[in-house]
Design a protein around this ligand. Structure first.
Ligand SMILES: Nc1ncnc2c1ncn2[C@@H]1O[C@H](COP(=O)(O)OP(=O)(O)OP(=O)(O)O)[C@@H](O)[C@H]1O
Ligand SMILES: [Mg+2]
Length: 356
């Protein structure tokens, strides 16, 4: 990777302190009401909630497309009202559903908009454009000279993403960027966004009302209702420990498969206790989920699957009873009552890959 493809050290920290927004002329409730939370540098945070709950408003307050009627937003500790909106927006990429590409500009020039504003020299801009097109899966030789109308919707979203990344922002704001795409293209772009995020380490704030999308993408989810934040936690916690009935309904906490897809098996692995693995027994990584374990159990003929660490060393096993146990509502990992000390370095295992 060249130095150009890094976005600097890591992402920015975003802090909301009692932030409210009431639109002029709107007599009813505030669009955003008393939001206080902190987004950790380098996290991919998804704002989730039903239509009209204030997701877009909160996002637009973050890059000063709107000004709050109360409270303070900080970027790496600085009150954003102390920064000029223009400078602020150059530090934050912004991707929206209707890409907002300039129809009369070629793809390369669309991607180059911010680097040009930043006064980069031609050679550096050219390198950056090619690198970004490559990164979002559009071979530069083929796409550089086309116009937006000569691209599919999914390809245009990729260009929108490349353009938002062009100025090496430490923060990326995205408002339902994949909302208009078909399911297959959407899933592919979600995977690519996760990959990009791992690779580049920006702070990303992603708005959606699609629960599947939120669960697939998020490090943490902000659940909003009527302008307020009702829960801010990991996908696992939001699904297994919803703050209230509204969150439980929204994220489908009662859905067994959904819980299994999120729950890691590493904490419920049973010790081998002398029952050494046989060569014909199926294996699964300790970083796998309950869903992956269930799949392995169903497709293998044996009644247990062997759990292995990142170096393929057997560390225990799980069976149908284990999977059933973690699928039960409220069956938090701690409440399983199973000794989890057999996994000596869970962090290292998790770091080797997640099933999401
Ligand atoms: N420019 C505006 N002027 C007045 N009211 C507005 C404006 N923009 C949004 N609102 C109102 O503020 C509330 C929150 O709107 P917002 O666009 O933030 O919702 P959202 O969660 O993004 O919804 P969606 O999922 O439909 O995009 C809504 O009641 C909306 O009608
Ligand atoms: Mg919106």
């Amino acid at each position: 990777m060249t130095s150009d493809s890094r976005s600097g050290d890591t992402g920015s920290r975003i802090t909301y302190e009692n932030v409210s927004k009431r639109y002029a002329g709107n007599s009813g409730a505030a669009a955003v009401h008393d939001v206080s939370l902190e987004i950790t540098p380098g996290e991919l945070v998804v704002i989730l909630g039903p239509s009209g709950c204030g997701k877009t408003t909160l996002l637009k307050l973050t890059n000063r497309l709107y000004e709050p009627t109360g409270g303070t937003i900080r970027l790496d500790g600085d009150d954003i009202t102390s920064l000029s909106p223009t400078r602020l927006r150059r530090r934050m990429g912004y991707v929206i559903q209707q890409t907002g590409l300039f129809p009369h500009l070629r793809i390369a020039d669309n991607v180059a908009v911010v680097p040009k504003l930043l006064g980069w020299d031609k050679a550096r801009i050219g390198r950056r454009v090619d690198e970004l097109l490559e990164l979002v899966g559009l071979p530069p030789d083929e796409y550089r000279r086309r116009y937006p109308s000569q691209l599919s919707g999914g390809q245009q979203q990729r260009v929108g993403l490349a353009r938002a990344l062009a100025g090496e922002p430490r923060t990326l704001l995205m408002d339902e960027p994949f909302g208009a795409l078909d399911a297959i293209t959407r899933t592919r772009l979600q995977d690519e966004l996760r990959r990009l995020h791992r690779q580049m380490g920006q702070t990303m704030v992603f708005v959606t009302h699609d629960i599947e999308e939120a669960l697939r993408l998020a490090d943490r989810i902000i659940v909003m209702r009527d302008g307020a934040v009702v829960q801010y936690d990991t996908p696992l916690a939001v699904v297994t420990r919803p703050a209230d009935e509204f969150v439980a309904q929204l994220v489908g906490s009662g859905n067994v498969m959904r819980r299994l897809e999120l729950l890691p098996i590493r904490d419920v692995v049973r010790p081998l206790d002398g029952r050494a693995p046989r060569a014909d027994e199926a294996t699964i990584l300790a970083s796998g989920t309950g869903r992956a374990a269930l799949d392995r159990l169903l497709e293998s003929s044996s009644d247990r699957v062997i759990v292995v660490d990142a170096d393929a060393r057997p560390i225990g096993w799980v069976d149908f009873a284990t999977v059933h146990g973690i699928s039960q509502p409220g069956a938090g990992i701690a409440s399983m009552g199973i000794d989890d000390t057999i996994v000596t370095d869970a962090d290292a295992i998790v770091a080797t890959g997640s099933s999401r």
